[in-house]
Design a protein around this ligand. Structure first.
Ligand code: MSP
Length: 513
């Protein structure tokens, strides 16, 4: 079994500082990366910034600064955000790095060598905001201005010499690939829109621009810069040292296990990128997952709409882990989701502070008082204990399988339900009334501690910092967190010390007026 796992986020445009939509993509990718890591995989997790193209050039011009300087500054805010979000990424790529431009130019030469690139002229519509070409039937006119129907962004007319990629040639191979690899485009609900786009006929794609300079020059013709999407998509392999296909990074991690992206950029990842790779005779990523949007009101959150929720503000107010938990739980993965501070506060109070944090505190305090601060030994599981413990073992492979199908909703529901069951178990068992039956008292305490440990392991990919604090109860370190250990009901060793921990989540005072 392949124990390497390579996951990527989209690389973000540093045209403005990051917002909640960007944070969302990154947090979800981090969840998968951390889960795979604690499940024994050798994980490579890549994120970064997409710095070329007209959109960035114009944003820099507007500020009156050199585009690279402009990118340096904003790219840093994305890099800082990845730290603030506690991402476990192994690399952060910038498309203005030398390693990247060399790689893009190599891919270009490969496409040219295989006769997939030719010089001609592009006349048509272009959206700078999306960095995308649109045909007439993808546009609508609002107040006399042409806009993309899907993104609502403005388009402008382009008429210039351009290199083209023979996308039309790859129509049938792409359709075959979708057919032979039914999960290549996920979730399945998004697959059909891609297939019908491809079936409607693919035109060759303009892959260079001549009227501006902020990009990677076309090899042997530096009057042209390479189309920013061909440039950007290549980040997934330039970060693995392509064209060095014998390099261990490339060998271990290509093809990617999953490109996690927003649904708005599915066409680029599920049509153009695989076509470029097919043309270069390189393997295709195993999966492209297009998640939904974070909405503010009913609209996609975006700079141009001015409805941005700043992740840093929310983190300063509520803390990082509550935000991570909230986004993972409340935005049904794969669909669009509305977010609000009110729901975030409910999540903190009920799920994190009450159901999880309070359970940890309560059971720890009870153990300290009644078992001299040690994990009890002399235990004998009964049906009530095994019923709840076995839920973990019975679901171990199901959970793995759900994660491999990006079913985060199953994962979080499992945790929420078992937290409820555990609180109920502790109340129903009434250990405080069992002081005359030491074996039963010990067993209830041990069972509750074991369940807390297992839940904490499962919560780790969602709320890493808080779970590391919780694991101090058992003196378990990050490097020792192992998903498969939730199968072991005797993991905790009798007589080992139980440590008191600080409160994990503070309740938010709610004003109910
Ligand atoms: N630079 C391109 C991606 C190139 S990948 C080779 C790009 N950048 S972006 O900064 O505009 O957006 C990147 C991603 O951010 C989107 O695909 C999506 O994953 C995420 N989001 C941006 N706004 C979003 C929401 N409002 N909600 C959820 N995610 C969205 O596109």
């Amino acid at each position: 079994m392949d124990k390497n796992f390579y996951i990527t986020t989209p690389i973000y445009y540093p045209s403005a500082k990051p917002h909640m939509g960007h944070a969302y993509s990154s947090i979800i990718a981090d969840f998968f990366a951390r889960f795979k890591k604690i499940d024994g995989f050798n994980v490579h997790f890549l994120t970064g910034t997409d710095e070329h193209g007209l959109k960035i050039q114009r944003a820099a011009e507007k500020k009156g600064v050199d585009p690279l300087k402009f990118c340096d500054e904003i790219s840093k805010t994305f890099r800082d955000l990845s730290k603030i979000l506690n991402l476990s990424n192994n690399d952060f790529i910038r498309t203005t790095e030398k390693r990247h431009s060399l790689s893009v130019q190599s891919l270009w030469k490969e496409l040219e060598k295989n006769d997939d690139i030719y010089l001609s002229k592009y006349s048509g519509w272009y959206s700078v905001s999306d960095e995308a070409f649109y045909s007439d039937d993808e546009l609508e006119e609002i107040d006399g201005k042409k806009r993309s129907i899907s993104s609502k962004s403005l388009v402008e007319w382009v008429d210039e010499e351009s290199y083209f990629f023979r996308l039309s040639k790859w129509e049938k191979p792409l359709l075959d690939h979708y057919k032979n690899n039914p999960n290549f485009i996920s979730p399945l609900s998004r697959k059909n829109e891609v297939i019908s786009f491809v079936k409607s006929g693919l035109n060759d794609l303009s892959v260079s621009r001549k009227s501006f300079t902020w990009g990677i020059p076309v090899p042997n013709n530096n009057e042209h810069v390479i189309y920013v999407w061909l440039d950007a998509l290549t980040n997934y392999i330039s970060a693995l040292n392509y064209p060095e296909i014998n390099d261990s990074m490339y060998k271990n991690f290509w093809p990617a296990s999953i490109h996690l992206i927003g649904k708005d950029i599915l066409r680029f990842h599920a049509v153009y990128w695989p076509a470029f790779l097919l043309a270069a005779k390189l393997p295709l990523p195993k999966r492209v997952y297009g998640h939904g949007w974070i909405l503010a009101g009913d609209e996609k959150m975006s700079k141009s709409k001015g409805n941005i929720l700043d992740p840093i503000e929310i983190i300063n107010q509520y803390g990082l882990d509550p935000l991570r938990y909230y986004l993972i739980k409340e935005v049904s993965f794969g669909n669009d989701g509305n977010i609000s501070k009110e729901r975030l506060e409910d999540c903190i109070n009920s799920d994190l502070a009450n159901n999880y944090g309070n359970l940890c505190q309560r059971v720890t305090a009870f153990t300290i008082k009644n078992c001299a601060g040690k994990i009890p030994n002399k235990i004998k599981f009964e049906d009530d204990d095994l019923k709840i413990l076995n839920k973990f073992s019975l679901n171990l492979d199901i959970i793995r399988n759900k994660i491999d199908n990006q079913d985060i909703n199953f994962y979080i529901d499992f945790i929420v339900n078992i937290l409820f069951d555990t609180n109920k178990y502790f109340n129903d068992q009434e250990p405080w009334k069992k002081k005359d039956d030491i074996v039963r008292l010990n067993t209830i305490i041990y069972t509750a501690l074991e369940i807390i440990r297992k839940i904490t392991v499962m919560l780790y990919p969602i709320i890493p910092n808080s779970t590391l604090n919780a694991l101090k109860i058992f003196s378990i370190k990050e490097k020792d967190i192992d998903f498969s250990s939730i199968d072991n009901h005797n993991y905790l060793k009798g007589n080992n010390k139980i440590n008191k921990i600080d409160i994990l989540f503070k309740k938010i005072e709610k004003n109910n007026d």
